[in-house]
Design a protein around this ligand. Structure first.
Ligand code: SF4
Ligand code: SF4
Length: 294
């Protein structure tokens, strides 16, 4: 099983549009939407949900008012300021958005008045799209532990690929370099880093490349919208040479990406152009790198 993860050190580089384009060309690869905080690829590929399951990212503390004697111990030891007095009944209560699930209050309450149960943070979906199966998720607002959810999405996508005789999973990775990105890249066959020619784009690209090196994941780079700032594009090319990371292509700025998204299509499905030819060539290079047939 091969896993291609499309990442970007920052948001807004066009990572998801390129992932959708690759998924369209690849025909039948399983798509794993690991950008769980801002899942955009379903907006393009319009998945039909076939199954869903609850996702629990961990436990949260909850005080049972009837058992609480208002001694205040829990409030004094909670390092996350998640516990406060409930003025309506004089008992203490936990703010679940602040609770970090450490469990310290639970083990120190003299009255055993604090429950510590798994909470549902989101939902995991298996869907069918016009280009193949997709595993995606919905994470509740302000919910955390998206790294665990990303791992679950990848596992599920690999399982579906195996069951359906597919050799490739294409992962739309989260932006940045945090825990969810690490979860989306670990042991991947290849990381494709999408960047743009801005100062922050270059800075974040270097950070994501360092991360791929630390994780021993082979990486290649695409510069999207390369012609909006040719000077920075040149700088990025020099930087990549120093880092010894292949630049496999440059995609020009093209409003067709936005137009295609408005029409709920990948750019490949939208209209034939020099940009789509460039992307098809990129796919050939990626396919060779990960050694798959189609
Ligand atoms: S430690 Fe237990 S009894 Fe004391 S305030 Fe907290 S919940 Fe109530
Ligand atoms: S579990 Fe930890 S973070 Fe949550 S309320 Fe208790 S002490 Fe605070």
């Amino acid at each position: 099983m091969k896993e291609l993860v499309v990442v970007s050190g920052k948001g807004g580089t066009g990572k998801t549009s390129i992932t959708a384009a690759f998924a369209t060309i690849a025909k039948g690869a399983v798509i794993a939407d690991c950008d769980v905080d801002a899942p955009d690829i379903p907006l393009i590929l319009e998945p039909s949900i076939r199954s869903r399951e609850d996702f629990s990212g961990g436990k949260k503390a909850k005080i049972i008012p009837e058992n609480c004697t208002a001694c205040g111990i829990c409030q004094s030891i909670c390092r996350f300021d998640a516990i406060s007095i409930d003025k309506s009944n004089g008992k203490y209560r936990v703010d679940p958005t602040l609770c970090d699930s450490c469990g310290v209050c639970v083990w120190n309450c003299p009255e055993n008045a604090i429950e510590f149960n798994p909470v549902i943070n989101g939902e995991l979906f298996v869907s069918e799209t016009r280009v193949g199966y997709m595993v995606h998720a919905h994470l509740g607002i302000a919910e955390e532990n998206s790294g665990k959810l990303v791992t679950l999405i990848r596992e599920k996508a690999k399982k579906i690929a195996k069951e359906n005789g597919k050799e490739l999973v294409i992962i739309d990775g989260p932006p940045g370099i945090g825990c969810p990105v690490i979860a989306s890249m670990s042991n991947a066959t290849l990381a494709l880093a999408v960047t743009e020619p801005t100062t922050s784009g270059e800075f974040d690209l270097v950070r994501i490349i360092e991360l791929t090196k630390n994780m021993s994941v082979p990486a290649v780079v695409v510069i999207n919208k390369w012609d909006i700032n040719k000077e920075v594009t040149e700088n990025i090319e020099k930087t990549l040479k120093k880092l010894n990371v292949p630049l496999i292509g440059k995609i020009p700025y093209d409003r067709a990406f936005t137009e295609a998204q408005i029409h709920k299509k990948s750019i490949i499905e939208f209209a034939e152009s020099t940009t789509t030819k460039t992307i098809k060539n990129l796919w050939k290079i990626v396919r060779e790198k990960i050694e798959i047939e189609n």
